[in-house]
Write a protein that binds this ligand. Structure first.
Ligand SMILES: [Zn+2]
Length: 68
């Protein structure tokens, strides 16, 4: 599983995005309403923050899996 579920804060539609496309400070365009969703640690958008945390956790787990 390499995709992160993102919920758009504008239209509340959920979609999946590659975790590698969600580093801090970047944004993705919602496929449903074409609004940019910015991924910043201090974002006021709770959904964007959740996706950023999920992407970070995924990368940590992927790294742990490589080590073991
Ligand atoms: Zn949207």
């Amino acid at each position: 599983m390499s995709k992160i579920k993102i919920v758009c804060g504008k239209c509340t539609k959920a979609f999946n995005e590659q975790h590698s496309k969600i580093p801090g400070g970047l944004s993705v365009i919602c496929p449903a309403c074409a609004q940019p969703i910015v991924f910043e640690g201090n974002s006021e958008d709770l959904n964007a923050r959740k996706a950023l945390i999920a992407a970070r956790r995924f990368r940590l787990e992927a790294r742990a899996a490589q080590i073991s």
